[in-house]
Design a binder for this molecule. Structure first.
Ligand SMILES: [Zn+2]
Length: 332
């Protein structure tokens, strides 16, 4: 058998390597129609809660340009800067992740909030693409839970002036509906800029009206889908703000929703609040209650605004707590 000379062997190997590399590159960047997700692929993290399939789907990549100016109390800013610096977090804009939790159990497909909605834009509105990428069509969704009526949570439930998930019940606490539908929703305790309020209120009412035929109101402590979802009233961020506990067998996941907007600040000191809270004092009381319980029980948690995919634990530390993100786990 002829032995290939060294030059031929190297030439053949490099050609093979180049061929396999270009195949891999093609697989990583499949050609697609030019109008499909022109900016990015969806960020979708699959995981399990007991036997229930779950996904964390990112809807946005936002930076809050006001940085610590959004955080209260002002006197604590030096301490906040120290916490940020100690962890290598840059000063300036604060990242705001938007993680939508999706569950599938038998024929139930359940969403916990729905992101910004609207067309896909470079920095937001990615949730619909993410859902499509895991083979779930809008008609497949059977239930949507709303934590509260801010645009990053509510707006994705509506598309083109109609319910985005026509077969889904829309679950919300009555206090949230009542707040936005009041003659004059009370923002007197909030540190949020007042200019955008009239539009915010008008939008929330408009979306609630569109979703009215699908709306089913909840009560604190309600259990749905045979105990799979438990509802927890968690007022402060808004009047009818809700958190949700998912239970499957011995496993559970506590969805913290907007009890935290940053992975360091609201944990290092739960007294620190963000300007978006409608009632900062109440939000602190609620956060302390949830943090104490989750830390004592070592509950697995999920954060809507914590670094994607947003799964982790709350650990007691010094005079406060620490958010401990769960390590990435490959699905088999
Ligand atoms: Zn939010």
């Amino acid at each position: 058998m002829p032995v290939p000379d060294r030059r031929t062997f190297i030439g053949t190997s490099l050609a093979g390597l180049a061929a396999s590399f270009s195949q891999n590159a093609a697989a990583a960047n499949p050609p697609g129609p030019p109008d499909a997700s022109p900016f990015r692929s969806p960020f979708v993290y699959p995981f399990l809660i007991g036997e229930v399939e779950a996904w964390s789907i990112s809807d946005a990549n936002l930076m809050l340009g006001e940085g610590l100016d959004l955080m209260w109390p002002r006197e604590a800013h030096p301490e906040m800067r120290e916490v940020m610096g100690n962890h290598g977090e840059p000063e300036g804009a604060l990242p705001l992740y938007v993680n939508v939790l999706v569950l599938r159990k038998d024929k139930e497909v359940i969403l916990f909030d729905a992101g910004f909605g609207g067309p896909v834009r470079p920095r937001l509105g990615w949730f619909a693409d993410g859902l499509k990428s895991i083979g779930i069509a809008p008609d497949d969704v059977t239930a949507g839970f709303l934590s509260h009526a801010h645009s990053d949570h509510l707006n994705g439930f509506v598309a083109d002036g109609k319910p985005a998930f026509p077969n889904a019940a829309f679950h919300v606490l009555p206090d949230e509906l009542a707040f936005w539908r009041a003659n004059e929703p009370d923002f007197s305790k909030s540190k949020r800029a007042k200019g955008p309020l009239p539009k915010m209120i008008a939008d929330a009412r408009k979306y609630f009206d569109i979703l009215e035929p699908n709306t089913e109101t909840l009560k604190d402590g309600d259990q749905l889908f045979g105990g799979l979802v438990t509802v927890h009233a968690a007022p402060g961020h808004t009047a009818g703000h809700a958190c949700f506990r998912i239970t499957s067998g011995d496993d559970e996941l506590l969805h913290l929703m907007d009890l935290a907007h940053h992975h360091l600040l609201m944990f290092a000191d739960p007294n620190w609040t963000i300007a978006f809270d409608h009632d900062p004092e109440q939000s602190v009381v609620t956060r302390k209650k949830f943090w104490a319980e989750a830390a004592a029980k070592r509950t697995r948690c999920f954060g809507f605004h914590l670094p994607w995919p947003g799964i982790g634990h709350i650990l007691p530390e010094a005079n406060g707590y620490r958010w401990w993100p769960e390590a990435w786990r490959w699905q088999q």
